[in-house]
Ligand binder design. Structure first.
Ligand code: RNT
Ligand code: ZN
Length: 421
């Protein structure tokens, strides 16, 4: 006769005993986890395509590889897919929209003409779903970005086009924040850079600083919209020079009171962002994270539960930065089921946060006492603590599938919905 498996609650109770023996308050950790809100990036759902009639393919050095069937072709399809993902991810989260996902009713509405009304259905839907919204100007996949320059372009007319786009994007972000009663973070990332060694690194950076100042000239209520700027080390087609480099945007964000965005894929391949969190938060109140996974380059693979993710979550949890760090996902894998890609990445981010929130306080006290042997020993022992039982219980109490059961939901959604596209 097959042995009856332990119930989720029994396993949870046993895990709680184990944790309380180490001074960990599991109930408190779960309460904190409930407050963790992840911004799901809409662009995983359609391989960064957007819904403009004028869009002529992905640009700006962004590459989505794979041709898995069933990608969202319309805003309604994208919303349906996101809604499915949300039934599989415990907690209350957000949606991160790019400007070219507006609903333009088959009309050509160029980027310098977008308005909040083009996002009215997204706002209504988000409200009905209880989701917050975040926003991004889309400074790529457009004829005015075809030569790889936008806000730093040497042509004044092109710069002004993108300035107007970014200004309007902030207004849309503020409209979203106001409509939902949840602050929107509007993140500016631009692709500007050069494939080969530039002769002039100064001119483009001066132009970018000036353009950004024009974009941010109007003060918007911080309770509706927060501005973030996203640096990068290199990109495809901008291998030798990125105008908006790390030092550029660190200086810009600090001097202008903006949030800095740390994208896990935007550094040297072995450089992580975890250590940067406590550094930049010494000098600015809040930051935005783009949690991603580079494989050999800024390849934007689906986020997995690896050491990088553990360290990011640990730095947020251990230092009480949950209110100061906005967490967003940023990857796009077109070779697997896209709803699964969201689900895997978001559940992993939450699992990493849970593990971090369950860290035994003895680790910090050992360090404070100068006992680095105990610190190391406990850090390693903590890796095999039964957090899985706590996670399963959390999923069950939040009404989402436990363990890999969510995969069956995705498979039937693929059969019934995605495969018919
Ligand atoms: C690009 C940046 C940026 C984009 C999205 C689509 O390197 O990471 O955040 O991925 O805006
Ligand atoms: Zn990013």
């Amino acid at each position: 006769m097959a042995k009856k498996s332990l119930s989720i609650k029994t396993a949870f109770d046993m895990a709680c005993d184990r944790y309380s023996g180490l001074g960990v308050d599991v109930a408190h950790a779960l309460k904190s986890l409930e407050g963790v809100s992840i911004s799901l990036h809409c662009w995983q759902g359609d391989d960064v395509g957007g819904f403009e009639s004028l869009s002529g393919g992905l640009g700006g050095g962004l590459v989505a590889t794979g041709n898995y069937p069933g990608k969202a072709r319309t805003p309604d399809e994208l919303r349906a897919d996101l809604q499915k993902a949300c039934t599989l991810i415990p907690g209350h989260h957000r949606l991160n929209l790019h400007a070219f996902y507006g609903e333009f009713e088959n009309r050509k509405v160029d980027r310098d003409q977008i308005e909040p009304r083009h996002f009215a259905r997204w706002m209504d839907w988000a409200k009905a779903q209880g989701l917050g919204l975040d926003f991004n100007p889309t400074c790529f996949s457009h004829p005015n970005a075809a030569d790889g320059f936008t806000l730093a372009h040497e042509d004044k007319g092109i710069r002004e086009f993108w300035i107007e786009h970014c200004r309007r994007s902030r207004e849309i972000g503020a409209a979203m924040g106001k409509a939902l009663g949840k602050t929107c973070v509007t993140n500016v990332w631009i692709p500007d850079g050069m494939k080969d060694t530039p002769a002039d690194r100064v001119g483009p950076r001066q132009r970018l600083a000036d353009s950004l100042d024009a974009v941010f000239k109007k003060t918007l209520p911080a309770r509706h919209n927060l501005d973030a700027v996203e640096p990068k080390l290199f990109g495809i087609g901008s291998e030798s020079f990125v105008v908006g480099s790390h030092e550029f945007y660190l200086g810009y964000a600090l001097s202008r009171g903006k949030l800095l965005t740390l994208d896990a894929g935007h550094y040297h391949p072995t450089e992580g962002i975890a250590d940067k969190i406590s550094s930049v938060l010494q000098f600015m109140p809040e930051i935005l994270l783009h949690v991603s996974r580079g494989v050999r380059w800024d390849s934007d693979h689906v986020v997995v539960l690896n050491d990088d993710l553990h360290s990011i979550a640990r730095e947020i949890a251990a230092n009480g930065f949950l209110k100061r760090v906005h967490i967003g996902l940023d990857y796009f894998d077109a070779s697997i089921n896209r709803v699964a890609a969201w689900t895997v990445g978001a559940r992993n981010m939450l699992r990493a946060m849970l593990i971090a929130l369950l860290e035994p306080p003895l680790i910090c006290s050992a360090e404070a006492a100068g006992d680095f042997t105990t610190r190391l020993a406990l850090q390693e022992e903590a890796k095999s603590l039964p957090w899985g039982a706590i996670w399963d219980y959390y999923c069950e109490t939040k009404g989402v599938p436990v363990g890999n059961r969510w995969l069956a939901d995705i498979q039937s959604y693929e059969k019934e919905v995605l495969s018919k596209r």
